[in-house]
Design a protein around this ligand. Structure first.
Ligand SMILES: CC(C)(COP(=O)(O)OP(=O)(O)OC[C@H]1O[C@@H](n2cnc3c(N)ncnc32)[C@H](O)[C@@H]1OP(=O)(O)O)[C@@H](O)C(=O)NCCC(=O)NCCS
Length: 189
């Protein structure tokens, strides 16, 4: 039996975005984003208080072998613009699940696809993961666009496969393989 080393959210620069480790002082910006109706509806963390956000951040500050998350910062303003990362990272199976959100004021600029592509390339380049899965509720059309633009291939519909805000909904499954062609991407300001 062996234990895998923790995954590190090493800082990544891509265009006008910086992907960096989360910091304890992200709490107010994260709290603000978690009030957003879309984030709450589509599987964002359920936070009722600032303390819940502190606990959410503490989890991200603690390196782990099966998950890793980056804060996405707009370098032109320094603002927290989004999040991208992985959970269920299984280095033996070579699999991981990607997750992401964009702060409301930053949506529609192609930011999430760029951030998702960057963290996927990083995971492929530095670990044994060669397949990354992406799930979203079928009504979350914007998330499907992120999948497509970030180089994922649609693989199917998973019926009543995840509970969103208490209701089990069908999801689409997408996957990107390490040797899939990388997407042609650029974020818009
Ligand atoms: C899904 C999400 C991450 C997209 O992030 P983004 O940085 O806006 O991504 P894009 O700019 O590439 O836009 C993706 C799609 O969002 C929609 N969109 C465009 N402008 C938008 C805006 N101002 N507000 C909301 N959605 C918008 C469009 O359908 C767009 O697709 P298109 O480029 O083909 O027109 C973001 O809407 C979000 O955080 N949603 C709530 C949380 C969530 O759903 N997370 C994913 C869970 S699986």
């Amino acid at each position: 039996m062996h234990s895998d080393p923790p995954l590190q959210p090493v800082e990544l620069e891509v265009g006008e975005l910086r992907l960096r480790p989360w910091r304890a002082d992200d709490v107010d910006d994260a709290w603000h984003v978690f009030q957003d109706e879309q984030v709450r509806r589509w599987g964002g963390p359920v936070v009722e208080s600032r303390e819940d956000v502190v606990a959410w951040l503490d989890r991200r500050l603690e390196p782990a072998p099966d998950r890793v998350s980056w804060a996405v910062v707009d370098t032109t303003t320094g603002a927290l613009a989004g999040s991208a990362g992985f959970s269920f990272v299984d280095l033996d199976e070579g699999q991981a699940m990607v997750g992401y959100w964009t702060a409301p004021a930053h949506r529609g600029r192609g930011l999430a696809p760029v951030a998702v592509d960057a963290v996927c390339r990083r995971l492929f380049a530095t670990t044994t993961v060669d397949r990354i899965e992406l799930f979203h509720a079928i009504a979350n059309v914007a998330s499907g666009r992120v999948a497509e633009k970030a180089g994922f291939t649609w693989e199917g519909r998973l019926r009543r496969s995840h509970r969103y805000a208490g209701v089990k909904l069908d999801q689409f499954l997408w996957a990107r393989l390490a040797d899939d062609p990388p997407p042609a991407l650029s974020s818009r300001s």
